[in-house]
Design a protein around this ligand. Structure first.
Ligand code: GDG
Length: 794
C-alpha cells in the first residue's frame, strides 16, 4: 500500500483527510471545536495544522540506514561482549535520522561470524536490536574477499585513480556480489513498502538494485563517500556496468562534489546509453536523480570541545597539551604545522614530507622555528601496499629529522597511532597551519574539523585541490599535492600571513562550514529523497494503469469515428544509429493493418521524416501521411499537398554552418528534407554532441530570426525548418471539417508537444518517455505503445 499521506481536502468544513484511498475521519470532538462559531479563523487554522502534524508523525514511513559497519563497535572479551557507540561523522549524522524516523541501521557487526557460537550471535543480535541495529553476519573469508578484496583492493584504488594497485580477482567480485546480496536481503526483511532506505558507500554499490528487485515500493537513496572517477578510469574495470546498474537501483544518488556527479553521469551515458537531462537520469520506467551534498561535520561538537580545552587550567590539561604549551614557552616564535590522516596512499603523505623538506631547504631561516606534527593513524597494516607506504614514510621522516634536527629541535614530530578525541582537538587548536595534501580524497573531514576548532579564528588552512573539501574552502590556500615547490610556497605564505588576514579568512570559512554541518547534510539528503518521491509520483500519475487503459479502450470502442495520430521514430519504432535502418518491422505492419481494417479508424502517421522515406516504408498502408513536421500531407488515396506555402531558398545560407559542425564533430551528419535541414548527432561522442548542439543552437538563433525559420530540437537532432508550421498546426488542418468523436495522439519528443497542446482537450494524448509533457498520459517505451495499440484493436 502506498502510505503517502495526502491532505487533499483539508478544511474544517470537510473534516476528512485522505490517506491512500482511505479517508480518515477527524475525531468528533475536534470537529465540534472547529465548527464552534466563537473560534476565530487563526485559531481554527492553528488547530488544523497541529492535527495535521500529529497525523503525519503517526503515519510517517521509516528511514533505514545501511552501511558496511554498524554505528556500534563490539568488543569481545572471552564470553563477554561490550558495545560502544561510534563517534565518527557518519554515525553522528545518521543517528538523528534513523532514530527520529523509527528505522533500523543495517551493517556488519565487526566480528567474523565463524569466531562466534550460535548463542553468542543471538546474544549480539538481541543487544543490537535494542539499539535499532540489525547485524549482517559475515565469515572471515567473506570479509577477506568482499571487504579487504573487492572493496579495498579494487574499488578503493580505482575510484582514487590508483589503477596500478587494483587486484583483478574474480573471487573478489563473486564475494562482493554475494555479500551485497546478504545486506540487501537483511534490508528486505526489515523494511516495508513505503519506507525509505539510505545506503552508504563503495562497499555496497550493488545493494540499491538488489533491494529494488525485491521491494519496488520503497524509496532508495545512495551516498558515495569517495570520489567517482572519470569514465576513462572507471571503464578499466571488467565489472563497470554491473556497478552502475547496481547504483541506479536508487532513486537519489549523492556525491560530495559536482565533479563526481558529472563523472557518474558520463559513465551512465556511455556504458548504458541512458539519457541524462540536467541532474535526472531517465531509465525506462523511473527517474533517478543525482546531486552533490558536501558532507559536513558536527561543528558544534568540535567548537564546544575546543572552547572547553581552551578554558582548562594547567593542572587540568592533558600531558600532550602540557607538552605543547611547554614548547611554545621555550621559544615563543616557534610555529606548528599539523597533518592528520589514516595511513593510505591516497592521502599524499610522502609528497607532503618531501615538500616540507624542500621548504626547509629553500627557507633555512625556518629551521629550528617550524615543526611539522604528523599524526598517521594505522590502517590495513598487514597489506603489502600499506607496509611499503609505512616504510617510505618512516624513511623520509628519519631522513629529514637526521638532516635538519638539533638537540632542541625536531623538524617532524611523527605519531603513528590514533589519539583520543580530546588530544585531537588540542592539536587542532594549537597548530598555526593545517597542511592537508591528499592526492585524491572524496571530501576530507580533517580540514573541516581544524576550521571548527579554531575558536580564536587564527590559523591557516593549506589544502589540496584534489580533496572534495577544496571546493568549499575558497579562502584556504589551495595547492596541487604533486607540486612540492608550490606547497613550500604555500607554507611560507601561511606562516607569514598577518593575523588580521587569518581572521578574515577563517571567519568566512567557519561561517560556511558551520552552516552546512553534518545534520544539515543529512536532512538535505532526506529532503531531496522526498522530492524524488514526488517526481516519481508525478510520473506515475500520468501512467496508463490497467484501470486507465480499460477506460480509454471503452471510450475508443464507443466512438463512431476516430482520428489516430502516430509519430514514427521513438514512438512506433526505436531509434537506430542510422535513421535509414528504422524500417517498420513485421509486428508494426500487422498493428497498422489491423487498425486500418476498422472503417471507424482514420490513421495518420505524423512525423518529421521526409516524404520519400515514409512513402517507401508505409505507402502500401491505408494511412494518411504528414511529413517534415507538418509541411506535407498525403491524404488517403490523394496526392501530396503542402499544408502551407513555404520556400526553401534559405538552405544555401544555413547548410555551410551545419557542414562546419559535421567537420568538427565526428559521427554527425546532415539530412536534407524539402523544407528543412537536420544535423544528426546520435553517433557523436555523447558529451561532445551535446556541447556542439548547444553551440550550434546559439549560432543558429541569430540567423533564423531574419528568415522566418525555426530551430527544432528533436531526439539527438537539431533541425532548422521553415517557421509557422508544426505538427500541432498540421493535425488541426487535417481535422478541419472532419467529423470525429475520438482523437488519439502518441509521440515521444518535443515536436509532438505541439500536437498535444493544439488538439482539443478531449483528445487522448500520450507521451512516450518520462519527460515533462503537455500530454494527458505517459507510457514508458515503444513496446508499451505497441501494447496500447493492440489493446485498441482487440
Ligand atoms: C572517507 C573518505 C570522506 C583521524 N585520526 C584520528 C581521528 N580521526 C578522524 C578525523 C576524521 C576522520 O577520522 C577521517 O576522515 P576523513 O574525511 O579525513 O577521511 P576517511 O577516513 O578516508 O573518510 C573521505 C569521508 O569518508 C566522509 O565522507 O571525507 O574523503 O575517504 O573525522 O577526526 N579521530 C580520533 N583520533 C585520531 O587519531 N579520535
Amino acid at each position: 500500500m502506498n502510505r503517502e499521506l495526502r491532505f487533499l481536502k483539508f478544511s474544517y468544513s470537510a473534516p476528512k483527510l485522505l490517506f491512500s484511498s482511505d479517508l480518515i475521519e477527524m475525531p468528533p470532538g475536534l470537529t465540534n471545536i472547529l465548527q464552534a462559531d466563537m473560534l476565530n479563523e487563526n485559531r481554527r487554522l492553528f488547530i488544523l495544522k497541529e492535527f495535521k502534524i500529529k497525523i503525519k508523525k503517526d503515519l510517517m514511513n521509516k528511514i533505514h540506514i545501511v552501511s558496511n559497519r554498524l554505528p556500534i563497535s563490539i568488543k569481545q572479551d572471552d564470553d563477554h561482549f561490550s558495545f560502544t557507540p561510534s563517534v565518527g561523522g557518519l554515525a553522528t549524522g545518521m543517528r538523528s535520522i534513523y532514530k527520529d524516523f523509527g528505522g533500523q541501521w543495517i551493517g556488519w557487526s565487526g566480528i567474523p561470524s565463524d569466531d562466534l557460537e550460535p548463542q553468542q550471535i543471538a546474544q549480539i543480535d538481541e543487544k543490537l536490536t535494542d539499539e535499532r541495529c540489525q547485524a549482517v553476519h559475515l565469515s572471515a573469508e567473506e570479509i577477506n574477499l568482499y571487504y579487504e578484496g573487492f572493496s579495498n583492493d579494487v574499488i578503493w584504488p580505482l575510484f582514487h585513480y590508483f589503477t596500478q594497485h587494483i587486484e583483478y580477482n574474480p573471487d573478489y567480485w563473486e564475494a562482493y556480489q554475494a555479500v551485497n546480496r546478504k545486506f540487501a536481503d537483511k534490508v528486505v526483511a526489515v523494511a516495508n513498502p513505503g519506507d525509505t532506505i539510505w545506503v552508504h558507500d563503495y562497499q555496497l554499490l550493488l545493494v540499491p538494485q538488489m533491494i529494488r528487485e525485491k521491494l519496488p515500493d520503497v524509496t532508495i537513496g545512495f551516498f558515495l563517500h569517495i570520489p567517482f572517477p572519470s569514465f576513462e578510469v572507471f571503464r578499466i574495470l571488467p565489472w563497470r556496468k554491473e556497478l552502475i546498474e547496481g547504483m541506479l537501483g536508487a532513486d537519489l544518488l549523492g556525491f560530495h562534489t559536482y565533479d563526481y556527479e558529472r563523472h557518474f553521469f558520463s559513465s551512465v551515458r556511455r556504458l548504458l546509453g541512458y539519457e541524462v537531462s540536467f541532474n535526472q537520469i531517465h531509465l525506462e520506467n523511473r527517474i533517478v536523480l543525482g546531486d552533490a551534498f558536501p558532507m559536513g561535520i558536527d561543528y558544534a561538537k568540535f567548537k564546544g570541545k575546543a572552547s572547553e580545552v581552551f578554558r582548562k587550567s594547567l593542572p587540568e590539561k592533558s600531558e600532550l597539551h602540557k607538552e605543547l604549551e611547554k614548547y611554545f614557552l621555550m621559544a615563543p616564535d616557534r610555529k606548528l604545522i599539523l597533518s592528520i590522516d589514516r595511513l593510505d596512499y591516497t592521502k599524499g603523505i610522502p609528497n607532503r614530507i618531501r615538500a616540507f623538506e624542500y621548504f626547509l631547504e629553500k627557507y633555512p631561516e625556518y629551521r629550528n622555528r617550524v615543526t611539522l606534527i604528523m599524526l598517521v593513524v594505522p590502517s590495513r597494516a598487514e597489506v603489502e601496499q600499506y607496509k611499503l607506504l609505512k616504510s617510505e614514510i618512516d624513511e623520509l621522516v628519519g631522513r629529514i629529522n637526521g638532516r635538519f634536527g638539533r638537540i632542541n629541535y625536531t623538524p617532524i614530530w611523527y605519531f603513528y597511532r590514533s589519539l583520543p578525541f580530546e588530544n585531537l582537538i588540542e592539536l587542532y587548536s594549537s597548530c598555526d597551519v593545517a597542511l592537508v595534501t591528499p592526492v585524491r580524497d572524496g571530501m576530507n573531514l580533517v580540514a573541516k574539523e581544524y576550521i571548527a576548532s579554531r575558536i580564536n579564528q587564527t590559523g591557516v588552512m593549506v589544502i589540496s585541490e584534489m580533496a572534495g573539501v577544496a571546493k568549499e574552502l575558497g579562502e584556504a590556500i589551495i595547492i596541487n599535492p604533486n607540486n612540492e615547490p608550490e606547497i613550500a610556497e604555500a607554507l611560507h605564505q601561511a606562516l607569514n600571513m598577518p593575523l588580521e588576514e587569518q581572521r578574515e579568512r577563517m571567519a568566512t570559512l567557519q561561517q560556511r562550514i558551520s552552516r552546512y554541518d553534518v545534520f544539515k547534510w543529512a536532512s538535505e539528503f532526506v529532503e531531496s529523497l522526498k522530492k524524488v518521491q514526488t517526481l516519481q509520483q508525478n510520473f506515475l500519475a500520468k501512467n496508463i494503469t490497467a484501470g486507465v487503459r480499460k477506460e480509454l479502450v471503452k471510450r475508443f470502442k464507443a466512438a463512431r469515428k476516430r482520428a489516430i495520430f502516430l509519430d514514427y521514430d521513438g514512438t512506433l519504432v526505436g531509434f537506430k544509429n542510422d535513421p535509414q535502418a528504422a524500417k517498420p518491422d513485421q509486428e508494426l505492419h500487422e498493428i497498422l493493418t489491423a487498425l486500418e481494417n476498422d472503417p471507424k479508424n482514420m490513421v495518420t502517421i505524423i512525423s518529421g521524416r521526409d516524404r520519400d522515406t515514409l512513402e517507401n516504408w508505409l505507402g502500401d498502408h491505408q494511412v494518411n501521411l504528414i511529413t517534415e513536421h507538418g509541411v506535407w500531407l498525403r491524404r488517403l488515396g490523394g496526392d501530396w499537398e503542402m499544408i502551407e506555402n513555404l520556400n526553401a531558398n534559405w538552405k544555401p545560407l544555413i547548410r555551410p554552418l551545419l557542414e562546419s559542425y559535421v567537420d568538427r564533430t565526428p559521427g554527425t551528419f546532415i539530412e536534407e528534407k524539402n523544407y528543412s535541414l537536420v544535423w544528426h548527432f546520435r553517433k557523436a561522442e555523447p558529451e561532445q554532441g551535446e556541447l556542439r548542439a548547444n553551440e550550434l543552437k546559439d549560432e543558429l538563433h541569430t540567423m533564423v530570426a531574419n528568415h522566418n525559420l525555426e530551430i527544432m530540437e528533436g531526439n539527438k537532432v537539431i533541425e532548422v525548418k521553415a517557421g509557422g508550421i508544426n505538427k500541432g498546426v498540421a493535425a488541426l488542418r487535417f481535422l478541419n471539417n472532419q467529423q470525429v468523436d475520438n482523437i488519439i495522439a502518441i509521440g515521444d519528443d518535443w515536436t509532438d508537444e505541439y500536437m498535444f497542446r493544439e488538439l482539443p482537450e478531449s483528445a487522448i494524448t500520450v507521451k512516450v518517455g518520462l519527460k515533462n509533457t503537455a500530454a494527458a498520459y505517459k507510457v514508458e517505451s515503444v513496446k508499451s505503445v505497441r501494447t496500447l495499440l493492440k489493446s485498441l484493436i482487440d
